[in-house]
Design a protein around this ligand. Structure first.
Ligand code: KG4
Ligand code: ZN
Length: 336
């Protein structure tokens, strides 16, 4: 079964063809990131206007890369939520029209769940690739850390995701972006902080992590404020080091993500941990979580770096597992 996925929840416009829920035949991503950089964050109206400009070209390229034509598609899948309303509407309207014109089902997919699902995607290479369903068995704990979300999920099957931990304020990626903004490092903050922190071996500086004992929730806004106060006091002093500041900030984020996700696996008695979202691309989080998971006997998985970011392959992949009743027939006109 070949599903055409469409993702337009924020500033990326993406289309992808995925076969049988795991083999990625194509994945095309266009981004309006550069248009937002001078503002230090996403401007929703600009994002949705760019979605309109990109969508058709991106879908046609995804089909071409997969060596397919529209008539070869079995279903159309699209991000339903969450996201910027204007951006989401572009993808949903486009997918809805396509489904109607082709007479193929439309499948609506949750963006956050799809970030976790990205762990099961395999890019088409030699023809010797295998599905990962046995290697990463369910039930699993899912950790999604992105610009808009930091959540822990219990996943019993691909139609049964239950949130049991969330951020009470900023998302992890949002904290990276805000700290980068305070430090004039540009947008998005995650990649640049990751790179600057990588060179630090020893660091006398340490910021607190919000433990929120007894809860699976996260909190990152206090950490961001701690960085701000530290800068107000110390910026310009002789021993001030930008690298130490971003490294100490990142340590606090990574420490709490590693501790809380493995504690969740222990409490839920689950042996698989699936990480997803933009912050899952972070080199320190990947290394530290892999090491700690090995010691705890947990199998941890991260998507490849490009599939940590917003992409349509994760949408087309998860769509394959939607139950029959959740798939809208092209004859109905209501999307709800
Ligand atoms: O999942 P994503 O592409 O979009 C959302 O759904 O939000 O995530 C974007 C977020 C941004 O906040 C960005 O700063 C962060 O992911 N990010 C990173 C890294 N690469 C991207 N954070 C930490 N380290 C990275 N290497
Ligand atoms: Zn995302």
């Amino acid at each position: 079964m070949k599903i055409l996925g469409i993702e337009t929840s924020c500033d990326e416009t993406s289309a992808s063809v995925v076969e049988n829920g795991w083999r990625v035949l194509s994945n095309v991503v266009a981004s309006s990131m550069k248009d937002h950089q001078k503002f230090g964050g996403i401007i929703p109206e600009i994002a949705s206007r760019r979605q309109l400009e990109f969508i058709q070209m991106v879908v046609m390229k995804a089909l071409e890369d997969a060596g397919m034509r529209l008539k070869d598609i079995d279903a159309v899948a699209v991000t339903r939520q969450p996201g910027l309303v204007g951006s989401l509407l572009v993808g949903i309207s486009f997918a809805n029209s396509l489904s109607f014109a082709l007479g193929k089902p439309l499948i609506l997919v949750d963006h956050i769940r799809a970030h976790v699902y990205a762990n099961y995607l395999v890019k088409k290479k030699t023809g010797r690739e295998r599905p990962l369903f046995k290697k990463l068995p369910l039930p699993a704990v899912g950790l999604v850390v992105s610009g808009g979300h930091s959540s822990l999920f219990m996943i019993r099957d691909f139609s049964d995701f239950k949130v049991f931990g969330e951020t009470r304020d900023d998302a992890a990626g949002e904290a990276y972006d805000k700290v980068a903004r305070i430090l004039n490092l540009g947008y998005p903050g995650g990649p640049v902080i990751d790179r600057l922190a990588r060179g630090v071996r020893e660091n006398p500086l340490r910021f607190p992590s919000a433990a929120l004992e007894g809860s699976h929730d996260f909190s990152f806004s206090g950490l961001k404020t701690a960085v701000l106060y530290y800068l107000q006091k110390n910026q310009g002093k002789k021993d001030f080091s930008l690298e130490h500041v971003v490294h100490a900030f990142q340590e606090s984020v990574v420490r709490v993500l590693v501790e809380k996700s493995l504690e969740a696996c222990r409490r839920k008695k689950v042996g698989t941990l699936l990480v997803g979202g933009g912050v899952a691309a972070n080199s320190s989080l990947r290394a530290r979580l892999e090491e700690a998971a090995r010691k705890s006997g947990v199998t941890v998985s991260f998507p490849s770096l490009d599939l940590c970011m917003d992409n349509a392959a994760m949408i087309a992949g998860l769509a394959y597992h939607k139950r029959a009743g959740e798939v809208r027939s092209p004859k109905k006109t209501c999307l709800c």
